[in-house]
Every structure is written in structure tokens, then in C-alpha cells.
Design a protein around this ligand. Structure first.
Ligand code: BGC
Length: 356
């Protein structure tokens, strides 16, 4: 058993645990490192972040993600640890939408709704990989009709690690027929470095005045609701656990936070989200070009996913999935997720680590 402190380091054994051939395609682990000792491991299976190792206030380098120990666990995983989700991340109500007068039915893989692009979508496929200087580029072509979505979509995701401890994720997508797009990364963070602890002590600030309330199946009602006076007000930093158990219908529906926050207009150099874990002193800032962020507090984690010697329990990781709004294909008042031939969808999200 590997303890959280001794979690896998990029030794040959660890690299081998993530190497295989699937359907004739080579799967490997790729490492990005910088001079501060920060290190990011990436797999071309699901274009996934396998680990992010960053120093704490004492210089101790630990993994700040919920991660698996090997490729077979990554393949079997049901919680989307670290992977890219698409072509439409998050939910589509009734697993159906109409585009240019044509109705498309996509798989119902979350009750009556569609979640994260369907079954065996790009999170469960082998991407092409190319090493660049301080970056790894992953590409995949999603065939027309896969999971019911129209258009062959070409997707590129580039991960770069910078000298200032920024992990930059650049996304592009093009299509040969009108379609809908929502691409994000689903990495779970626990900045303490100890994934046996919950994330409730992490202090979070979100530059958001409104969120999109949901029905009991987590489909947005279409309303943009002011966060002021609700448990969803993170305009001033507060611990995740402060209001998470309040008697609030939205929190009951999400079993905690599992909601899209509408990001306020801001200078691109201003973080959309800032998270601090007070014991380790680790700070993470999230910058994004996307209009929303799904703040998900690991409410469905129940110990079935394992890694680093730990069964990942309820609320031991949180996600900040930068995104188009959930169910946008059915909500004309939300920013449009439609992508047409000749257009290029471009998105950038940065997770920057420091000490506070
Ligand atoms: C969703 C959660 C879901 C999780 C894992 C998140 O993006 O909002 O409801 O449980 O993904 O599937």
C-alpha cells in the first residue's frame, strides 16, 4: 500500500503502471516539470491529468489531485478523475436538443439526462499525443454521430507548465456540421496533499454574482439567481464547509455544491476562482476564458474510487470545471454552445499554484 505521503513518483515503475496498448494504440504517461519542483503527469488515455505535484509552505512536494495508481483504474473510473470531458460536458436535460430544426437524441446516462458527452466518450478514448517544449498536445477526432451528436469534431488540448507554476490548458475545436460544444477538464483537487481529509476547510472565493439554480435532477431551471444572501455567495472567501450543510433546497438537490457559477466580467489577468488550503498554505488561482464554472464538492464520492493508498470518500476532492452553462443547447438565454463549420472554438483555463 502506498501512503498519501509516499504517493507514486515518476519512477519507471509508476510510468509502466500507466503504459499499455489499447486497440493497437500506445498509451503512455507524459511528464511536465519546472525548476520549482512542480510536476504534472498526463495520460493520453482521456487526455487526463494523472497527478499535479506542488510544494506546500515547507517545500514538501505532494500530489494535490485525486488520482489513480495505474491505467486500469483510470480506465475503470466512473468519476472522471482528471480527464477531458466532451463533446458536451455537464448535463443536457432529457438527453435531447434541437439545432437548426433537427432534434438530436443523445444517451441517457444520468437518469433521464445526458452527462459528460455520453458513454465511452473522449474521456474513455486514446488520444494522439505530441511532446512539445514545455507542453504536451493531445488531439482526437470525434466522429459524426458518436453518442448521437452531429458533426465530425476535431479537438485539440494542449497542457503547458510555466515557470510561475501555472498549468495552462488550451482547447480548440472545429466541426464539419453544426453541433454543440462544451469541453472541460474534470480534475479533483485536495490542496492539503492528503486525500484522506475532506476539502471542507479549503477557503474559496468565486468572482460570481449569479449562479444557475437547478431542478432535482441538476438541470438548470434557466434562471440566473443572485448569490447574495444565499449559501452560494463566495464573493468573499469562505471555507467550503461553512454553509454546505445549510437547509437550502439547492444544496439538497446537489447534495452539496454541484452548480454552475456565472463568472462576472473581469480583467483576464484576474482570477475567476481563488482557493487556499490553510494548513499546507497552498493556494490555487483559476483563470479562464469560459463563461461559467461548475463548482462540485465531491458529493458523489463514496469510497469506490481508490488510489494513493486511500479510498476516496465523500467530499475529499472538489472540481472547478470551467465551462459553457449546463443544458445550454436547450436554453437560448444562456451563452450559445453552438459551433458551426468554418468557426473555431477556443478556450483557455489556467490553474496557478503558489503559497499563502
Ligand atoms: C457533475 C456531478 C457528477 C460528477 C461526476 C460533475 O461534473 O456536476 O453531478 O457527479 O461530475 O460525474
Amino acid at each position: 500500500m502506498i501512503s498519501p505521503e509516499q504517493h507514486p513518483s515518476p519512477e519507471p515503475e509508476y510510468m509502466n503502471a500507466f503504459s499499455d496498448t489499447i486497440d493497437g494504440k500506445k498509451v503512455e504517461l507524459f511528464l511536465l516539470r519546472n525548476d520549482n519542483g512542480m510536476e504534472v503527469a498526463l495520460s493520453n488515455y482521456g487526455a487526463a491529468i494523472v497527478s499535479i505535484r506542488v510544494p506546500d509552505k515547507n517545500g514538501k512536494i505532494e500530489d494535490v489531485t485525486l488520482s489513480y495508481d495505474n491505467l486500469s483504474d483510470l480506465r475503470a473510473g466512473k468519476s472522471y478523475f482528471g480527464c477531458i470531458v466532451g463533446r458536451f460536458a455537464n448535463r443536457i436535460g432529457g438527453a435531447q436538443f434541437t439545432l437548426d430544426g433537427v432534434t438530436y437524441n443523445v444517451p441517457k446516462n444520468d437518469g433521464n439526462n445526458a452527462l459528460h458527452g455520453g458513454v465511452n466518450s473522449i474521456d474513455k478514448q486514446v488520444w494522439k499525443a505530441r511532446k512539445m517544449n514545455d507542453a504536451i498536445r493531445f488531439t482526437i477526432d470525434i466522429p459524426d454521430g458518436e453518442n448521437g451528436y452531429p458533426g465530425t469534431m476535431k479537438v485539440t488540448v494542449v497542457y503547458s507548465l510555466k515557470a510561475d507554476n501555472s498549468l495552462v490548458i488550451d482547447y480548440t475545436a472545429t466541426t464539419d456540421q453544426p453541433t454543440v460544444v462544451n469541453l472541460t477538464n474534470h480534475v479533483y483537487f485536495n490542496l492539503s496533499g492528503d486525500p484522506s481529509r475532506t476539502i471542507l476547510n479549503h477557503e474559496v472565493a468565486i468572482r460570481s454574482s449569479q449562479f444557475t439554480p437547478v431542478d432535482s435532477t441538476l438541470i438548470p431551471t434557466g434562471e440566473l439567481k443572485a448569490v447574495k444572501g444565499t449559501p452560494f455567495d463566495f464573493s468573499a472567501s469562505k471555507p467550503i464547509g461553512r454553509d454546505i450543510n445549510m437547509d437550502d433546497q439547492q444544496l439538497v438537490f446537489g447534495k452539496g455544491y454541484d452548480h454552475n457559477f456565472v463568472l462576472d466580467k473581469r480583467n483576464p489577468s484576474e482570477a475567476a476562482v481563488v482557493v487556499v488550503e490553510p494548513v499546507s498554505g497552498r493556494k490555487m488561482e483559476v483563470f479562464t476564458t469560459q463563461p461559467g464554472v461548475q463548482f462540485y464538492t465531491g458529493n458523489f464520492l463514496n469510497g469506490t474510487e481508490k488510489g494513493r493508498g486511500v479510498s476516496y470518500a465523500y467530499r475529499t476532492g472538489f472540481c472547478l470545471e470551467t465551462q459553457q452553462f449546463p443544458d445550454a443547447p436547450n436554453k437560448s438565454q444562456f451563452p450559445s454552445p453552438v459551433l458551426r463549420p468554418g468557426e473555431k472554438w477556443v478556450g483557455q483555463t489556467i490553474y496557478r499554484f503558489s503559497i499563502q
